[in-house]
Ligand binder design. Sequence first.
Ligand code: DON
Length: 558
Amino acid sequence: MIARLLAALLLTATLAADGRAAGALAMPDRFAADAAAAVMAGGGNAIDAAVAAAFTLAVTYPEAGNLGGGGFLLSVMDGEAAFLDFREVAPAAAEAAMYLDKNGSFRARDALVGGLASGVPGTVRGLAAAHARYGTRPWAGLLEPAIRLAREGFAVPADLAEAAAETREYLAGETNFARYFGDLEPGRFFRQPELAATLERIAQDPDDFYRGRSAGLLVAQQARSGGLITAADLAGYEARWRKPLTGSWRGYQVLTAPPPSSGGVALLQLLALREASEGLFLETPHNSARYVHLLAELEKRVFADRARYLADPDFAPVPTDALLDPVYLARRAGTITADAISPAEAVPPGLETPHTTHFSLVDPAGNAVSLTYTLNWDFGSGVVVEGAGFLLNNEMDDFSAAPGIPNEFGVVGGAANAIAPGKRMLSSMTPTILLHGDAPAIVLGTPGGSTIFTSVFQVLLNLVDAGLAPQAAVDAPRYHHQLPQARLIRHDQWPIPAETRRGLETLGYRVAPNDWGPLGDIQLVTAGPRGLAAAADRRGRGVARILAADVRLPTRKQ
Ligand code: DON
């Protein structure tokens, strides 16, 4: 009991009474939390802490933390908002129909397992670019915790051992996964010497991953496992700074992910659709059957637009302004009824979704980082780069293999998200920061494939509209609805109230647990007049911490 009380106090701790600065973090595991906290305690800023955490997760959270994948980082540093896109790209030899057999059928396993499933990784370039722009602490030092954990090992958390066993079974010996992740037992020490050596090379020079020994090992592995990634693909990979997508909602300025993520457009559409359908929500209790039905109707409209219009903006024009036009969204909301499900065919696009991981942190100076990165599904393609000890992603499945063919998350796409050399596959990752005035007030994000932006959306409604405390807002049951099915509502693998289920079934929904895992692993930090609070999703192995108020403020690297 006392331990629980202490934990609750830790989760909701606030600024010291004398107003001294403190930082806060919500991390997917305790090793990353320790690494980030140590960096901030030593005077590093939010970006320094994020770099240390991201490399640590590549060691201790191999389901999703990575060197061989990609992601997005949203930050507010000294008041400057920035978004870094380090999403993987299709190799130069990729072709639109590369996953179709001669009869046009989708060879789904090739897009998920083995060498062909990988896009060109962006994580190392991304972290180096973020550090070059905003870091204040020497790069090599930030990799030290990760190198130590890889070299000396760490006690394997039970759910990591379980995830690795499931992946071994799923891969059925098709890749070299079992050679590297074959003896993960809960509590037993797990050492990764090849990965430690790779991290040491990256600590000396991040370009090693793209042009040095690590690059050579990666290309040799791709050749052995039938992949397409070449030395030229790696050398040519670029992380891109993009303008964060912005919107306003309930007095906050929302900063979120622009394309090639669909998540930010979808989140802003959902928040605006919710506002435009205020009348329908009157006297609708939070998370009642009617409430969940109304959210499902909003989500259905957003998924129709996603399938048609969202893609890598460097390859296909994305009509972001039109999709976020309040008049358009009000018209869309006008087609919703509170007591009937609109059939999927009635929701065409309107103008004419495991594993990934996320962390949120605020440093003592009030700078914020919201970072989501991924290998796509648990342990990515299942291929480990031999000699370098890291996993490669299976992000190619986020492209649309052919119009209308659902990917592993069940979402469809069309020409805009077709495979092309050098193109980024459409993502749902939605690292998000809400500003109040100029200051970060809510920092959040989550894994979950196509359920990412619907989870972020619901947690924002829980916090701001339903007025739940941060941990309660994260813990509340979550629901998800996407096309092409009109009637399927997925819910958390956590139990949902029987009354809500009955109400939804009476409306005609089929209500089923999400079959690819919990609905997200939200990591949330809030900052306000009453201080800092942090909440890690109890669905995962995350931890939330408020840092001691006496840490030194970061100074700028010259
Ligand atoms: O970028 C995306 O949208 C997906 N590759 C994310 C995958 C994911 O979240 C899996 N986690 N449960």
